[in-house]
Design a protein around this ligand. Structure first.
Ligand SMILES: Cc1cc2ncn([C@H]3O[C@H](COP(=O)(O)O)[C@@H](O)[C@H]3O)c2cc1C
Ligand SMILES: O=C(O)c1cccnc1
Length: 356
């Protein structure tokens, strides 16, 4: 008999299986639409993939939710970002006032946007649209200690799961996780190196705009962190607790919860992909529920996408985060559904089919 997991082990439960018959029905429909078979390229594959996720021949993406998880990083003491730590809390206020890139992208597309404040050094205080789940002002500096205590880690994972439950409760058909946390490209790179076993040099990039010297310093900081936690990183959840951040753990929790609930997740750039890789390592069945939005300009992103066998939808040289790349790619998914659902078949339109 399989033992019932503890509530704190919820993330060990597998994903909901995909609905293969709905995907097969969608593939048959695609072959009947008035176009040469395959002519809509990856838009056809996306519609079929969404059909097997949603368990219906005609998938729909009218309602989506974006949750931006914010948190500060102890590793900022090592001078790893081009921007000061205060920006994390300041940007939480900017999200609430509607002035950030993700605020515009959400508003423009009628997508629900919420922010979860998991702990910032510069406390923005209570704000409309911001859920306060502050675990600490920041994580610990992971060059000398685990980023999170076990209790903080559990609460951060649960914060991601709770956001997915709110999205599902509001009828969302797609979930986008965003992040805000100055220094989090360092955490994402360290986590990726810890999970994959790559040297820091391949994962450290400019983030918000470090110069070559800054990137070299960042790589050295990551190497020190990897040395500090050597021998403790075999379990992916433990790698995430030691080298991640509050928002990275919440996003990993959200990936797993989406997959368990059967809600597709559109993955953003470098940071969200690092958290998604941790989620897939923690629970491999999660991979089926992830769609990849864009190729970030952050140099390590290509390695992460390759590890996940992921082909992103767009490549616009974005390097912002906040979920912005996913929000920019969302219209493509919506158009894939509209084409799939709205085009006439050869029979309906009286158009002659291909020879033979
Ligand atoms: C004004 C501003 C808005 C942002 N929105 C997202 N990020 C992005 O930059 C940060 C990661 O880069 P690094 O590791 O180099 O600090 C994260 O907060 C990420 O979301 C921002 C950064 C800034 C400065
Ligand atoms: O791709 C990302 O997620 C990213 C890259 C640079 C800075 N912030 C986020």
């Amino acid at each position: 008999m399989t033992p019932t997991p503890n509530e704190s082990d919820w993330w060990r439960q597998p994903a909901k299986p995909l609905h293969r018959p709905a995907g097969e029905a969608a593939a048959r429909r695609q072959a009947q639409l008035t176009k040469p078979p395959g002519a809509l390229g990856r838009l056809e594959a996306i519609a079929i993939q969404l059909a097997s996720m949603q368990g219906r021949e005609r998938p729909a993406l009218e309602r989506a939710q974006i949750t931006v998880f914010a948190g500060d990083h102890g590793v900022m003491a090592e001078g790893v970002s081009a921007f000061p730590q205060a920006v994390t809390g300041e940007m939480v206020k900017n999200f609430a006032r509607g002035g950030a890139a993700i605020s515009v992208l959400a508003r423009e597309q009628g997508v629900r946007l919420e922010v979860v404040d998991l702990g910032t050094v510069n406390d923005p205080g209570p704000l409309d649209g911001v859920i306060r789940l502050r675990l600490a002002p920041s994580t610990a500096n992971f060059t000398s200690a685990p980023a999170m205590t076990e209790s903080q880690f559990e609460q951060a994972l649960a914060a991601g799961r709770a956001a997915v439950a709110r999205a599902a409760g509001a009828g969302a058909q797609l979930f986008i996780a965003g992040e805000m946390g100055i220094g989090n490209t360092t955490a994402a790179a360290a986590l990726a190196c810890g999970l994959i076993g790559l040297p820091a040099q391949l994962m450290a990039g400019p983030g918000t705009g470090l110069d070559a010297e800054g990137v070299a310093r960042k790589a050295a900081v990551i190497d020190r962190a990897l040395a500090c936690h050597a021998g403790q990183l075999a379990e992916p959840a433990e790698a995430l607790r030691r080298l991640g951040g509050f928002e990275l753990a919440a996003i990993a929790g959200a990936c797993i919860a989406c997959a368990q609930k059967g809600l597709p997740m559109l993955v953003d750039g470098f940071i969200v992909t690092a958290a998604a890789l941790a989620a897939v390592r923690m629970q491999p069945t999660v991979r089926d529920w992830l769609l990849f939005a864009h190729a970030s300009a952050e140099p390590g992103h290509g390695h992460l996408l390759q590890m996940l066998g992921a082909q992103p939808l767009i490549d616009l040289n974005l390097r912002l985060g906040e979920g912005s790349g996913a929000a920019v790619a969302l219209p493509l998914l919506r158009l894939a559904c509209a084409l799939h659902n709205g085009m006439a078949t050869f029979a309906e339109a009286g158009v002659s089919e291909k020879h033979g």
